[in-house]
Design a protein around this ligand. Structure first.
Ligand SMILES: NC(=O)c1ccc[n+]([C@@H]2O[C@H](COP(=O)([O-])OP(=O)(O)OC[C@H]3O[C@@H](n4cnc5c(N)ncnc54)[C@H](OP(=O)(O)O)[C@@H]3O)[C@@H](O)[C@H]2O)c1
Length: 304
């Protein structure tokens, strides 16, 4: 699998990772099963996926705990663990970026993950009060102590990223991005590229919409896309299916391969509810799109 280096850190990882909000994320989704969640993790690691993207918020620690249990069967140094915190359990999960809170959050995540270092630690959301450079300074100290290897931000605006990055400490940014939500290309990418900051898109499959499994009549499930826009997505997916068929691949695999081909995208972290979805998505790493196919897909999703 193609590898990249995360920001200015010494972390090297494959371009296909795994999102784990459906591993133990009972507070966010219904119908989850922790055994299936553990299977999602083992299937990903056994398929050559290295980066696991978790957060305190996924099950209020449960996702990290499940991952920590599974990791005992693996060589820690083969795995890139990314986690996040900001929701303060002592204050109704309001966002907290206070240095003291971040230090405690990292220590508690280390315990749940049963490891002595976290590869990537993200501030999950900005808070209203903490100066961004102060919050990042606390993470730089943790990096110097070896508790984390790279510093990340998630859900920060460009101005907030700039404020946080005054000392060039930020390695990675995670934000909403997919072929049907392309704002970050204009709003974030020019700054990130200029500052060697890796970009990780969340919701890469638009929460399942970009797998091609939904039909026109499912539009009410995706209210963020008005009917005409949703129709545009359905017809673009139809065209994308033709490309997928030429590779004997699925729509989801082609979408994931498109992200992996895009030099402005770092690691792609599709989420999965079960092992089968992970197995299907992992095959995207074997797919090579021609430059014409890459451009055609780019054109199909212009205007999002
Ligand atoms: N930093 C942040 O604030 C933030 C926010 C959101 C997410 N994230 C991270 O980003 C990751 C990715 O986002 P996401 O998981 O919410 O959305 P996503 O990757 O766009 O979509 C994942 C969902 O699509 C469906 N799916 C996946 N593979 C499939 C396949 N092969 N066939 C059919 N359906 C498939 C599953 O939903 P079903 O359950 O419907 O089958 C799965 O849960 C998360 O897991 C999390 O780690 C971060």
């Amino acid at each position: 699998m193609q590898k990249i280096v995360i920001g200015n850190s010494d972390i090297k990882t494959g371009k296909l990772g795994l999102g784990t909000n459906k591993v133990g994320g009972h507070n966010l989704f219904s119908g989850l099963n922790d055994r299936a969640g553990a299977d999602v993790i083992t299937t990903a690691l056994d398929s050559g996926i290295q980066m696991l993207d978790t957060a305190y918020m996924y099950g209020l620690g449960q996702s990290e705990t499940i991952i920590g249990d599974v990791l005992r069967q693996y060589n820690r140094s083969d795995i890139i663990l990314a986690t996040k915190a900001a929701q303060d359990p002592d204050h109704d999960l309001t966002f907290n970026n206070d240095p003291e809170f971040l230090r405690r959050a990292v220590d508690q995540a280390l315990e749940r993950l049963k490891t002595d270092y976290i590869d990537i630690f993200y501030i999950h959301f900005p808070d209203d009060n903490t100066p961004k450079d102060k919050a990042v300074a606390a993470l730089s100290e943790l990096k110097a102590q070896g508790k984390i290897r790279a510093i990340g931000l998630s859900n920060f605006t460009l101005d907030q990223i700039k404020e946080a990055n005054v000392n060039h400490d930020i390695d990675i940014v995670e934000d909403h991005y997919s072929l049907v939500h392309r704002d970050a290309e204009q709003s974030l990418w020019p700054y990130l590229k200029a500052h060697h900051i890796t970009f990780v898109p969340y919701f890469p499959l638009a929460q399942g919409l970009l797998t091609g499994r939904y039909r026109q009549e499912d539009q009410p499930k995706f209210k963020q896309y008005p009917v005409a826009k949703y129709q545009h997505i359905m017809s673009a997916l139809e065209d994308l299916k033709t490309i997928a068929n030429q590779h004997a691949a699925t729509i989801a695999q082609v979408v994931l391969a498109w992200y992996m081909t895009n030099p402005d995208i770092g690691v792609v972290i599709p989420g999965a509810r079960d092992a089968q979805q992970v197995q299907d998505n992992a095959k995207a790493a074997l797919l090579t799109l021609t430059s014409d196919e890459y451009d055609d897909i780019d054109r199909l999703f212009q205007g999002f």
